[in-house]
Design a protein around this ligand. Structure first.
Ligand SMILES: Cc1cc2nc3c(=O)[nH]c(=O)nc-3n(C[C@H](O)[C@H](O)[C@H](O)COP(=O)(O)OP(=O)(O)OC[C@H]3O[C@@H](n4cnc5c(N)ncnc54)[C@H](O)[C@@H]3O)c2cc1C
Length: 421
């Protein structure tokens, strides 16, 4: 079949690769560089974590909302100006984490697409001939003490319930593994199944290059809609003219909302803006990717430098970046690895991007309402790098008419039917 894949972030690249393997004629439609700075896939924390099954919305979150509106230095900030537009999303977000039972369900659903993320990435990187992009080093969650870890008992219980194992480290064991880590951290949970990518943007570019070598076409254009006649897809409309095809896949990250609507589905999708600062030639830092519990950020060693990524900023997607958020990440890192500083001596590459987030933390994957020839594959929020390959394989299964190895009912766009805006 002739298949148009809209968007070349990690999801589009992985989908294109799986579709090429199935023998289809694939056209990738992307207005920018695949995996370039515009994409969330470029600047993420690079974690491929089977532990990332805990949704953002947890019971009791509503009590913290006033703080998020007023505290400019916390890990989550909500802009007053964005409130009216975000209200439907926010209400659904709070509802998604209202009870423990709801969060248990979300964790189960997310586990179904995150459990084998490291293994799938290892296979994908090998298939494209670039195994070096994925490192199976494990991932470390660092806490001030055991009490702080116990304070997240629900999250770790959910991980245990979903089959995840980890190794608990006391202060000495933590220091042996991470000599530069501040003594403010006395307890760790090491998830040995976890992996990371050493350069997510370049990795996406390499997947697209490999797909092109096997015959995929890359068209520099922006998709704007679809021509559907009698329920059958005729073409994808782009700013460079129509592209005729038999099937189309919407995987344009945060920019998917309008395309989904053109395909008959109104979805709740908001940008949880996030930031990174990459410190080149860092004099100190972690040996393994570390998430310090008090910073809610990923500290990932990469060949380009120490990548500090995090922050959730609920704001208009087109608002100017607030670079103070990167300074918050750097200030935290200076406390986490005291030998890093001082700030004045550091060269930092700053980046802001858009997590394509649904309020319930689940991506949107499945056939579109206007035509079963259009497949949704977007809304991966905080876990799109880790779940990109499995999404690509579900897309290929749907298009081939095979049963996907994962129950995709929880990912359907119809769950927004009464709430879409
Ligand atoms: C700070 C931060 C940290 C994160 N950390 C992690 C992490 O550690 N692990 C993890 O798993 N996930 C993480 N994420 C989330 C992850 O990065 C995203 O979920 C994922 O990259 C989304 O991929 P995507 O392909 O859907 O979208 P994107 O990567 O945003 O790609 C979408 C592409 O579509 C293109 N496009 C846009 N409009 C159109 C159009 N009309 N026509 C054609 N193409 C179009 C864009 O140019 C872009 O290239 C993080 C995100 C952020 C912001």
């Amino acid at each position: 079949m002739r298949i148009a894949v809209i968007g070349a972030g990690i999801v589009g690249a992985a989908a294109a690769w799986e579709l090429i393997k199935d023998g289809h004629e694939v056209t990738l439609i992307e207005p920018n560089e695949p995996g370039g700075r515009q994409a969330a896939s470029y600047g993420n924390g690079a974690w491929i974590s089977p532990a990332s099954i805990i949704p953002m919305s947890m019971p009791g979150l509503w009590r913290k909302l006033p703080g998020y509106l007023t505290d400019r230095n916390g890990p989550l900030v909500l802009r007053w100006t964005a409130l009216p537009a975000l209200a439907p999303w926010l209400l659904r977000f709070l509802a998604a984490g209202w009870t423990v039972a709801k969060v248990e369900r979300t964790a189960r659903v997310l586990a179904s697409i995150l459990r084998d993320g490291p293994a799938r990435h290892a296979v994908l990187a090998r298939e494209i001939g670039r195994p070096e992009y994925i490192r199976q080093t494990g991932l470390l969650y660092a806490y001030p003490d055991r009490k702080a870890f116990d304070g997240e008992a629900l999250a770790w219980r959910l991980r245990k319930d979903n089959g995840l194992d980890w190794l608990e480290l006391d202060a000495d064991e933590l220091r042996q593994r991470e000599p530069d880590l501040s003594s403010n951290y006395q307890f760790g949970a090491f998830v040995h199944e976890g992996a990371h990518c050493i350069d997510p943007g370049a990795y996406v570019g390499a997947i697209v290059d490999a797909a092109r070598e096997r015959g995929a076409r890359l068209v520099k254009a922006r998709a704007t809609g679809f021509v559907v006649t009698g329920g059958c897809l005729a073409s994808v409309v782009t700013d460079q003219g129509p592209i005729e095809c038999d099937r189309a896949v919407i995987c344009a990250g945060i920019w998917s909302k309008a395309l989904a609507e053109a395909a008959g589905d109104r979805v709740l999708l908001a940008s949880e803006r996030g930031y990174h600062g990459v410190i080149a030639s860092a004099a100190a830092g972690p040996k393994l990717p570390i998430m310090p519990s008090d910073g809610r950020m990923a500290n990932t060693p990469t060949p380009a430098g120490l990548r500090l990524s995090g922050q959730v900023e609920l704001s208009r997607p087109d608002a100017e970046p607030d670079w103070a958020r990167v300074e918050i990440l750097i200030a935290h890192a200076l406390r986490t690895y005291p030998a890093l500083g001082p700030r004045a001596g550091l060269t930092v590459d700053r980046w802001m991007g858009h997590r394509p987030s649904t309020p319930d933390g689940r991506p949107v994957i499945g056939m579109a309402s206007a035509s079963a020839d259009i497949v949704h594959a977007f809304g991966h929020g905080h876990v799109g790098l880790a779940s990109g390959p499995i999404t690509g394989s579900i897309v290929a299964d749907l298009i081939a008419g095979r049963t996907a190895g994962v129950d995709i009912a929880p990912f359907g766009a119809s769950r927004f039917r009464f709430f879409g805006s």
